[in-house]
Design a protein around this ligand. Structure first.
Ligand code: SF4
Length: 306
């Protein structure tokens, strides 16, 4: 079978190893060298262009059903759990803990739960909204496993690497949030970022206060494409006296956006993390849809005072 292998950036180092394995099984193998941001970003156009019958997508679970033959190969990592002992002192004031992680460690959640329960804690594992598929799993765009249990817990524990995933969950919750990072061997409450990101959001609104022309970002990636939402935003903008133009691309290229000098601000409909994490990569602010609504209300309020 002709197949296209697709790896997220962290797993591209394993591309040859897997290519050889699939070749030995009798397949004609190609590897996508495009960036891959998640299971929202399947290389369907590339697969069709080379006549592949299947994409083998590594490192992520299914995100959204697509009209193409895709095999998902999640990549589980058994991280050392000894670090959990060091989190107990910090978690002393909290008796009910919400536990979240990424797809790489969902296989370890039961053991982690058992550890905290044996240490006298009640542990709650929430359900994702739908893009993530496994209890306790969070994605940058699906933090349901944390947000839906915010009222039931005293604190959250995220087990895993990096700040991308816990940051999204932090911003959607209100309780103390501990990041336990087994590879860097670090344990840290990250609550200060709630305030930092609230201030950043307010800064974007101030920067967009005099905006008249808005670029509405649409990505053609299978799991990010949302043209109907972009059209709703366009009519909302135009109904409020602004101009909105829909900008279409596969991967958002911030340099290209910077060349669009007539645009005063952008509104994001693609990966929701773009309006949070990529602020600063464009000269003009990138607003989420919620921030746009706040901006329109602020402007109405200000014009009423004049
Ligand atoms: S956070 Fe963004 S890049 Fe990650 S899966 Fe969701 S839409 Fe894709």
């Amino acid at each position: 079978m002709r197949i296209l292998l697709q790896f997220p950036e962290g797993l591209k180092q394993k591309a040859l190893e897997y290519a050889k394995k699939y070749e030995q099984e009798g397949n004609e193998v190609f590897v996508s060298s495009s960036p891959s941001f998640g299971a929202c970003d399947l290389a369907i156009d590339e697969a069709k262009a080379i006549g592949a019958e299947k994409i083998v997508h590594f490192g992520h679970a299914e995100f959204k059903r697509v009209d193409f033959n895709v095999e998902y190969v999640p990549y589980y990592i058994d991280a050392p759990l000894e670090i959990l002992n060091n989190s107990l002192e910090l978690l002393k004031p909290y008796s009910k803990i919400g536990l979240v992680t990424t797809i790489q460690h969902v296989n370890q959640l039961d053991k982690i739960k058992e550890f905290y329960e044996q240490s006298g804690k009640a542990v709650i594992i929430g359900k994702p909204y739908g893009f993530a598929k496994v209890r306790g799993q969070i994605l940058g765009c699906d933090v349901g496993s944390a947000a839906t249990i915010d009222k039931q817990v005293d604190a959250f524990v995220y087990f895993g690497g990096g700040m991308f995933h816990p940051l999204g969950a932090l911003l959607a919750t209100t309780k103390p949030f501990l990041v336990v990072e087994p590879f860097a061997n670090s344990i840290e409450f990250i609550d200060k970022y709630r305030d930092i990101y609230r201030k950043k959001s307010n800064g974007k609104l101030l920067a967009a206060l005099n905006a008249k022309n808005f670029g509405i970002l649409v990505s053609t990636k299978n799991g990010q494409y949302n043209m109907s939402f972009a059209k709703i935003i366009k009519s909302k903008l135009e109904g409020s006296g602004f101009y909105g133009i829909i900008l279409v691309s596969n991967t958002i290229d911030f340099e290209a956006l910077n060349n669009m000098l007539e645009i005063d601000a952008f509104v994001n409909t693609a990966c929701p993390r773009i309006a949070i994490d990529d602020q600063g990569r464009t000269r003009k602010p990138i607003l989420s849809a919620d921030e746009l609504i706040r901006l329109i209300e602020m402007k109405k309020e200000l014009s009423g005072r004049e």
